[in-house]
Design a protein around this ligand. Structure first.
Ligand SMILES: Cc1cc2nc3c(=O)[nH]c(=O)nc-3n(C[C@H](O)[C@H](O)[C@H](O)COP(=O)(O)O)c2cc1C
Length: 145
């Protein structure tokens, strides 16, 4: 299994993106909300897609903790997020996580995927079919550096 999708989704938006990616890449997806990370087998994995909703401007701690498991194995890593707000604080978070991932000798995708997710009364239709298609296209065209 070359690709794997690991994410945290509290209210289901990021999960929709993860499932679209899994369909596109024909691989498994794991929501850290529901699974013990020890149960995820990375032995044959090359590309790790890591996703999270944005909560308080940040990734969920389960994803940030998961990153530490990628140490010393030389994966390619791409990040995806869904968010409710218009502020782009999450971009700084991704930059920081990219640096952390790279410092562990992994490669990172030069771009990340983001879209809105339903949040209270906002973005009620997101992720929408266009978001899902954009996510699939993103996954097909990743370049790692
Ligand atoms: C507790 C909580 C905190 C949130 N904080 C932010 C935030 O700081 N910035 C933002 O853009 N969206 C924020 N949102 C909106 C979520 O990022 C958005 O709804 C996202 O799609 C949730 O992903 P999920 O459905 O996979 O959990 C927050 C949502 C929740 C429930």
């Amino acid at each position: 299994m070359k690709n794997i999708i690991i994410y945290f989704s509290k209210t289901g938006n990021t999960e929709k993106i993860a499932k679209a990616l899994a369909q596109e890449l024909k691989c498994k997806e794991y929501n850290l909300k529901n699974i013990n990370p020890d149960e995820i087998d990375l032995s044959k994995v090359e590309n790790v897609f890591l996703g999270s909703g944005i909560y308080g401007g940040d990734f969920d701690v389960s994803v940030k903790n998961y990153i530490k498991r990628l140490k010393g194995k030389q994966f390619n890593v791409g990040f995806f997020v869904t968010r409710g707000g218009f502020l782009k604080i999450y971009e700084k978070t991704i930059q920081k996580l990219n640096l952390e991932v790279k410092s562990m000798k992994n490669k990172i995708s030069s771009n990340f995927f983001q879209c809105f997710g339903k949040s209270g009364i906002f973005h009620k239709k997101n992720p929408n079919p266009e978001d899902l298609n954009r996510a699939k296209e993103w996954a097909r065209n990743l370049k790692y550096e």
